[in-house]
Design a binder for this molecule. Structure first.
Ligand SMILES: C[S@@+](CC[C@H](N)C(=O)[O-])C[C@H]1O[C@@H](n2cnc3c(N)ncnc32)[C@H](O)[C@@H]1O
Length: 311
């Protein structure tokens, strides 16, 4: 896969702290699905380009991966859940130099077996072209398992549910550049659960200084009868001017029972490794917990201050 085409458009964000959190959780969910022999589907409603180059002057100077994957890439003390994610990133960089970052489609492909399927939606004309090229270049087996569509992922999801094997992971990872994405996530999830109640859904969202993310999470938590785990990773204090991404969150519906204990070990480690200032923190809540009814600030634990980074 490293022969692939690379997107420069998102090279900016690829491998940042938010990707690290999202992809650690993604790998855990994929490994859980692949632990059973029965086939499963992965549906990625906002797939991106699939592979990103971290090289080039532009990426090297401004790329957010310096405060993301670079900080954890060579750590040898990562908890198992993080180490399993690092193994996937390392497999995309077989010469040991961090040059490429796999997006969610290629992280999924690393776990798919012969009868598993991958369905990808991507709206951006350049990104979808790069993605389709990368899938084609990855070989006939990958291409046979994968369908790439240039369609709206929120709408496109409906037609795929329930997927034939009745086991599936749906990643809902919009860019939230359009603030309507927040309410579309809630509407899409409600609709999807009506069609496929037992699916596992992973929703990613940014921690930014506006009311929509917290409102979205409140609405997700209140969907009736839902089992979920919600984790946040804040890497710095919100900026005084109100801009920027100071962290992110993942909301997992129908999580495997292994997810919460795994995150209880992984999150403090990640928060320590990715902390940019003393405002770093993490939180975990789950449906049914007393803690899930407490305000997020009461659940948040302070991360260790930034540590010396191994090179
Ligand atoms: C955060 S990126 C995806 C990253 C990818 N899921 C990963 O983890 O590697 C969001 C992508 O969604 C695409 N996009 C935006 N609106 C969309 C829509 N309505 N349907 C499908 N894709 C969309 C953007 O072009 C962008 O490539």
């Amino acid at each position: 896969m490293i022969r692939g085409m690379f997107s420069y458009r998102h090279a900016f964000h690829a491998g940042n702290h938010a990707d690290v959190l999202k992809h650690v959780v993604l790998v855990h969910l994929l490994r859980h699905l692949a632990a059973k022999a029965t086939p499963f589907w992965v549906i990625d409603t906002h797939a991106g380009a699939g592979l990103y180059s971290l090289e080039g002057e532009w990426a090297a100077k401004r790329g957010e991966f310096a405060d993301g994957i670079v900080r954890v890439w060579s750590r040898t003390d990562a908890p198992a859940t993080v180490a399993e994610y690092l193994d996937v990133v390392r497999a995309a960089n077989p010469d040991g130099m961090l040059r490429h970052y796999p997006g969610s489609p290629f992280i999924a492909l690393a776990h798919l077996r012969a009868d598993d399927r991958l369905r990808l939606f991507e709206m951006h004309p350049n990104e979808v072209g790069v993605l389709a090229g990368n899938v084609a270049e990855a070989g006939r087996d990958v291409a046979r398992r994968t369908i790439v569509r240039r369609e709206d992922g929120f709408d496109g999801l409906k037609a795929l549910l329930p997927p034939p094997p009745r086991r599936a992971l749906v990643l809902i990872d919009p860019s939230y550049e359009d603030k309507r994405d927040y309410s579309r996530v809630v509407g899409t999830l409600r609709d999807a659960l009506g069609r496929f109640a037992t699916g596992c859904y992973l929703v990613w969202y940014p921690q930014v200084q506006r009311r929509e993310p917290a409102e979205m999470v409140r609405r997700l938590e209140r969907l009736p009868g839902l089992r979920w785990v919600h984790a946040t990773l804040t890497v710095r204090a919100p900026s005084p001017e109100g801009l920027g991404l100071h962290g992110s969150g993942v909301f997992v519906v129908n999580p495997p029972w292994t997810l919460e204990p795994a995150l209880r070990v992984a999150m403090p480690w990640l928060a320590g490794a990715l902390a940019q200032d003393a405002g770093a923190s993490w939180s975990i809540a789950a449906s049914g917990d007393a803690s899930s009814r407490a305000p997020a600030t009461a659940r948040a634990a302070r991360a260790r201050p930034p540590q010396a980074r191994p090179r």
